[in-house]
Design a protein around this ligand. Structure first.
Ligand SMILES: [Zn+2]
Length: 327
């Protein structure tokens, strides 16, 4: 529950960030956020009971500006937080502190979420899109080294005490996400040990996924890796039907486009998928699982070990939930 001094502190914090912000759009949104916090603090002070009622804030759905690729905006209601695994693990108090700071944004294909060696301005909690952590070499070639979807967040360097990274993150499968200012998120991490622990657990799971993928690229056949990647993407999307280009598949697999055509063609011929004009439909997930290498199961089990409950398969025994371990 956010009390008046905390709201005043947040208003001041947003004002301070806005004063130092050179991007006019971002400065405006920070100023609006500061005004919103100040108005809530005023309303709270005027409350005759003197107690801030969380329920009052929750009555009105928080609508956020949805930024589109063309820079225009539209309004959309806040998605259920259980659609992102990390947000679903937060205690109600932690989530209610983050909630007013989150905006529902569109993940357009190829949208850059942060660039190598540039300050990370926002963190993102994907809802139904998928992003790729990409390393670009001096000759301009790019290779995917990590995948981020509804199980995680984009902006781990912020959780690890840094402000930028040598890698970039791009949207590879379009969708939506919840976005938050990186400076505000850093402040929330310092405020909550449970939020901090969940992010560190995710960082460990993500590191293990990247390590597994490095071994996979050396040891397993391209068809096995392609099946693994299709299953990983399906797990992060609301259905087994998603947009996926040859270009990104090639980047993910580290192979030429002709090889992508051969592998996807073979999977389609076998009846496991349908692939037309960059649109994939998973027809037989079990068959893909059988063709995949062990890395798919290894990474999945590691996420379950480190992050416990999932929105779709909560543990029955709540006493072992991650968030109870520190509080
Ligand atoms: Zn593998």
């Amino acid at each position: 529950m956010a009390l008046t001094p905390e709201l005043r502190e947040r208003a001041e914090f947003c004002h301070r960030l806005a004063r130092h912000c050179t991007d006019p759009d971002r400065r405006d949104s920070l100023m609006k956020l500061a005004e919103e916090f100040a108005a809530r603090a005023d309303a709270q002070e005027n409350d005759e009971t003197g107690v801030y009622r969380l329920a009052r804030m929750s009555e009105a759905p928080i609508d956020g500006p949805v930024a589109t690729g063309g820079g225009s905006t539209m309004r959309a209601s806040m998605p259920d937080r259980r659609t992102n695994r990390l947000l679903s693990l937060l205690s109600d108090d932690d989530y209610e502190r983050l909630r007013p700071l989150l905006s529902h944004v569109v993940f357009d294909y190829k949208k850059s979420l942060y660039e190598a060696s540039r300050p990370i301005e926002y963190v993102y909690f994907p809802i139904d899109g998928v992003a790729s952590l990409v390393i670009t070499t001096a000759d301009g070639s790019g290779a995917e080294v990590g995948t981020i979807g509804s199980e995680g967040m984009v902006g781990l360097p912020i959780c690890l005490g840094d402000r930028d990274a040598p890698s970039s993150v791009y949207v590879q499968v379009p969708g939506t996400a919840l976005r938050m200012d990186a400076g505000l998120f850093r402040a929330e991490l310092a405020h909550s040990p449970t939020l901090n622990l969940i992010m560190l657990r995710y960082a460990h799971a993500f590191f293990n996924q990247v390590a597994q993928s490095a071994a996979c690229a050396h040891l397993h056949r391209v068809e096995q890796r392609c099946c693994r990647w299709l299953l990983m993407t399906r797990d992060r999307m609301p259905s087994g039907d998603f947009l996926l280009t040859h270009e990104f598949l090639g980047m993910m697999l580290g192979v030429r486009r002709t090889t992508v055509t051969d592998v996807m063609g073979a999977l389609q011929k076998a009846g496991f998928i349908r692939y037309r004009r960059g649109h994939v439909t998973i027809l037989d997930a079990e068959a893909l699982h059988q063709r995949s290498c062990e890395c798919y199961d290894v990474s999945k089990l590691e996420f379950d070990r480190l992050l416990g409950d999932t929105p779709t398969a909560p543990r029955a025994d709540k006493k072992h939930r991650l968030i109870s371990e520190v509080g």
